[in-house]
Ligand binder design. Structure first.
Ligand code: MN
Length: 730
């Protein structure tokens, strides 16, 4: 078992003033809470956090991170509490351990490439502190190295997850040695047969290759020495997973895989890299297309090196990598290596995805020591994105601020269109809720639900917005079309003609073309939308004598509409007023009619029919008669509508209760009450109540009148000012 002294000594080497005390107290605590626990291997559990801490020392992390590593399993696997950790080790250590606990709770299931990518990003997005990721990598590094003790099922699962998620993260952070080992061990557990086969072949050719490399390096050594270039040479065993990958990717077998011979040349200076390249190319013929200059164009994870493949002695392909010591360390140690070198480096190869890494480096360059660096690094790794789960465990990426609406449309247009609500982690949230990385999102749907205009402001993705807009447009067209057809039929029947016959007539077809419509539907839509006036269409399609006859009858009873008492329902089809969601009907706010009030409708441009009280002062029949339509209440509709009433009463205690009681006993709700009680004189109470219609209202008013002390009750019909009214009408 690794000893704590080893860890502390290692730590002191690169951080002489570091907080050793924090590390040793974390060790003592971890030893206490993990006491009596064993690993699968039968070793004391404590061996695991110690190995993790040791890896963190190799990564040259600060004391907080090492303490975090020693404690990383205490919240999940022991009786230790958050409070204890915070009291003993501070908020920072606690938040690292909490971050690790959070990551360990999410399970990666799918094998799809895209999913894996989203999953990686989610883990990074959930982590505000890069140290959490580094501890997680160290944790996985030890677990995979001891995976032989786990069950077969666990081996496969952990190896899969490591290969798909954690090795790529290590690669992204540029920590070559961790990446390589994670891959090698995972490969061994996931594909044992392939692993063994490659192992056998590599060892069968091992001696021959050693000899070959030996011969070749002798030639190279002599040449480099002659030119006075400092260098060191290393034969570079390819790791098995990369051989396997190459074989699988190129569809070739082991014998066809030439560049299993690799040599790495490490030198002091950047310019020497290119000199060495020149010497190699003069010794052996380079293979075209195989030269890569990752020095001028570093990889996104900061990897730098020159790569070339040449035709060596006996015609074998040999791959050579040439780099400086510094580049080599960066390649092996990733971000840990960066603070060893202070000179400004320019980073090219600007992958936007890895901008955060660049930012990381820039910050580090302004700082002086690793502790300060890591203390400052509270990175938001993917500031623009959030990653959430479907209930089935797939991961979906969305822009930050995205709502359940965006998520619903991402799953399927139908889910979006019928979305009524959402649950996050089993709890209901509003449709405006901003999703967080790691949320498990469930969308509730209803077949009767349709998109609302409000949704446009909840949606962040252009996909959701486009889908909502498209639905709203189609919906409005459909409604306009239905309305237009109804208006058209009603008008035609006024002339005692059959709508179908009129539509088939030559005049109709001609008028339609003349007005610029290419189908009957479009024309009806135009009427319903208010784009064309019904009167002008009639003028073109109804025979002259019928038009005149109708004009005459209208003149003889011009005020029919005004005559409330005699207002008779005819058998003509009417537009039913049935709530706002139905056929493009809207109630104007200037007079606020309720079922039972005599009403009149006007076609407004693009807004369907607006409904006014017959007495509404904002309508002018002489001007608006062209756009007027007959409307009628749908008496089956039991929707409650709001109406304002003013109660004048004596100013005495207990009266309000009496009035409220009267309203409630009449089965009406009070939506709002505005009460002003002057010091002297009668009190004035304005209630907004919800009633089914005029009859209902009259009953309620009657029962309020019976309350002792009430002087007067009357309805407030026209309470909106003139300016507002104007906007109602068109
Ligand atoms: Mn662990």
């Amino acid at each position: 078992m690794r000893r704590i002294e080893e860890i502390i000594e290692g730590f002191k080497k690169y951080s002489p003033d570091g907080d050793v005390n924090l590390i040793s107290t974390a060790y003592v605590f971890s030893a206490r809470v993990h006491k009596d626990q064993l690993r699968f291997s039968g070793e004391p559990y404590l061996s695991h956090p110690l190995e993790v801490a040791y890896t963190l020392v190799q990564l040259k992390l600060d004391a907080v991170a090492i303490a975090g590593g020693l404690l990383h399993d205490t919240l999940e696997d022991t009786y230790a509490t958050e409070r204890e950790l915070e009291e003993l080790f501070g908020q920072e250590v606690l938040s690292l351990v909490k971050g690790l606990t959070k990551i360990s709770k999410i399970a990666f299931a799918s094998r799809e490439e895209k999913e894996a990518e989203n999953f990686r990003k989610m883990i990074l997005a959930m982590t505000k502190d890069i140290r959490v990721i580094l501890i997680k990598l160290a944790d996985r590094y030890h677990n995979i190295k001891t995976l032989q003790h786990a069950s077969a099922e666990q081996q496969k699962r952990i190896a899969r997850e490591t290969l798909d998620i954690y090795a790529p993260i290590a690669n992204r952070l540029g920590i070559g040695w961790i990446k390589r080992d994670l891959e090698e061990y995972s490969f061994q557990f996931l594909y044992p047969d392939e692993y063994r086969s490659i192992e056998e072949k590599v060892s069968a050719t091992f001696e021959a290759r050693c000899k070959y490399i030996n011969d070749l390096t002798k030639i190279l050594e002599a040449e480099l020495a002659k030119n006075g270039i400092p260098f060191s040479l290393a034969g570079r065993p390819k790791h098995y997973y990369s051989i396997y990958n190459k074989m699988a990717r190129q569809g070739i077998n082991f014998d066809e895989l030439y560049d299993t011979i690799g040599i790495r040349v490490i030198t002091d200076d950047l310019k020497d890299c290119y000199s060495i390249l020149g010497i190699i190319h003069s010794l052996w013929k380079p293979i075209p297309g195989k030269f890569k200059d990752y020095i001028a164009m570093p990889k996104a994870n900061m990897y730098q090196s020159l790569h070339t493949t040449v035709l060596g002695p006996e015609g074998h392909r040999v791959e050579l990598q040439i780099r400086t010591k510094e580049m080599h360390e960066v390649c092996e140690e990733g971000i840990a290596a960066h603070w060893k070198y202070k000179e400004k480096r320019e980073i090219k190869g600007d992958h936007e995805k890895f901008l955060w890494l660049r930012r990381l480096l820039e910050w580090h360059q302004e700082l002086n020591d690793p502790k300060e660096f890591l203390d400052t690094v509270k990175v938001d790794l993917f500031p623009e994105e959030v990653y959430v789960f479907t209930p089935q465990g797939s991961v979906k990426g969305l822009p930050r601020g995205a709502s359940p609406i965006d998520f619903a449309y991402l799953i399927h247009t139908d889910i979006g269109n019928h979305c009524v609500g959402a649950k996050v982690g089993g709890k209901m949230v509003s449709l405006q809720y901003a999703l967080h990385s790691g949320d498990i999102v469930e969308i509730l749907t209803s077949s009767t639900q349709t998109p609302h205009r409000d949704w446009l402001s909840y949606a962040k993705t252009s996909r959701a917005k486009a889908k909502i807009r498209s639905w709203l447009t189609t919906d409005q067209r459909k409604k306009s079309m239905l309305l237009g057809r109804e208006l058209f039929q009603r008008e035609v029947e006024n002339y005692h003609l059959k709508p179908q016959a009129v539509i088939k007539s030559r005049e109709f077809q001609h008028a339609m073309k003349e007005m610029g419509f290419n189908s009957e539907e479009k024309l009806m839509e135009g009427i319903g939308f208010g784009k064309i006036s019904l009167a002008s269409l009639m003028g073109k399609i109804i025979p002259q004598e019928l038009l005149e006859e109708r004009k005459k009858t209208k003149e003889t009873e011009p005020h029919k509409a005004h005559d409330k008492g005699k207002h008779k329902r005819t058998s003509e089809p009417k537009i039913r007023v049935k709530g706002l969601n139905d056929i493009l009907v809207r109630f104007c706010r200037c007079c606020n009619p309720i079922p039972g009030d005599p009403i009149i409708g006007f076609i407004t441009r693009g807004k369907g029919v607006s409904i006014h009280d017959m007495d509404c002062p904002s309508i002018d029949l002489n001007i608006d008669s062209d756009r007027q339509v007959d409307v009628d209440w749908d008496l089956e509709d039991q929707t409650y509508r709001q109406v304002a009433i003013t109660v004048t009463s004596e100013n005495k205690v207990g009266l309000l209760a009496g009035i409220s009681n009267a309203i409630a006993s009449g089965n009406a709700n009070i939506a709002k009450a505005d009460i002003s009680t002057p010091e002297k004189g009668p009190a004035r109470l304005v209630f907004t109540i919800e009633v089914k219609g005029l009859d209902h209202l009259n009953e309620v008013v009657k029962s309020i009148r019976t309350v002792k002390g009430v002087v007067d009750v009357h309805r407030e019909k026209h309470q909106v000012d003139k300016k507002n009214m104007a906007s109602q009408n068109d």
